[in-house]
Ligand binder design. Sequence first.
Ligand SMILES: [Zn+2]
Length: 273
Amino acid sequence: MSHPFRYIALAAALSLAGCQPVNTTNGGAVGVQRQQYMFSMLSSQQVDQMYAQSYQKTIGEATTAGKLDNNSADAKRVKAIAARLIPQTGAFRQDAPGWQWQVNVIKSDELNANCGPGGKIIFYSGLIDKLQLTDDEIAAVMGHEIAHALREHGREQMSRAYAVQMGESLGGALLGLGQGGMQLADQVVQYSLTLPNSRENENEADLIGLELAARAGYNPNAALTLWQKMGQAGGDAPPEILSTHPADSTRMANLQAAIPKVMPLYEQAKGRN
Ligand SMILES: [Zn+2]
């Protein structure tokens, strides 16, 4: 099918399945323009609330286990970097700087980091220590994870899953939403953090993350060294984050191509810091 027809057919199919076109973000200097569709009965607020519960549980468990790290040098670096990145989210969506952001570091060997719906950031100390990440590299991975939250990729992936489900059952599945099988809250966690994102979503998060870091005065070239380090940490025990974020040549090539677009923003920001 030619492009416009394919687009119209997709839009029609998704709208029949209860999905509506949504623009979560502006395109930014990196030009992320893909039209998104969200299931109309699954609001951002609903997803954020359900995710916040799971986040609080994770933080509560880490606190009980004595693993929550608020005072180490790592924790201070992570919080300082977040404090510079978060205000830059306004360049992509106006509401984001006002979200109830939370930033925590958990002591763990895991090589992982995430930012769930609504701006709930967790860094695992293993990622910083084992890969000896610089501040610029921490900003690169944090920017990437924040970008998933800004684009609401978790909600979008859930919406697609519901659209497929509805298509299969000719609409009847809508009534079963959240019943039977997995609870809705578990699905939010799964679609936001656990399941691999599509290649397209990964690319969007790379591009927006690159721009967020540059706007905050962090060197965008660090995105390349970050993913090189991730790739080298593979082998027998690949980093947890690699299961959802392959550090492949496509990612590297796309990052490399986008860096010149954000370099002027980095130069401007560097002058201010
Ligand atoms: Zn990602």
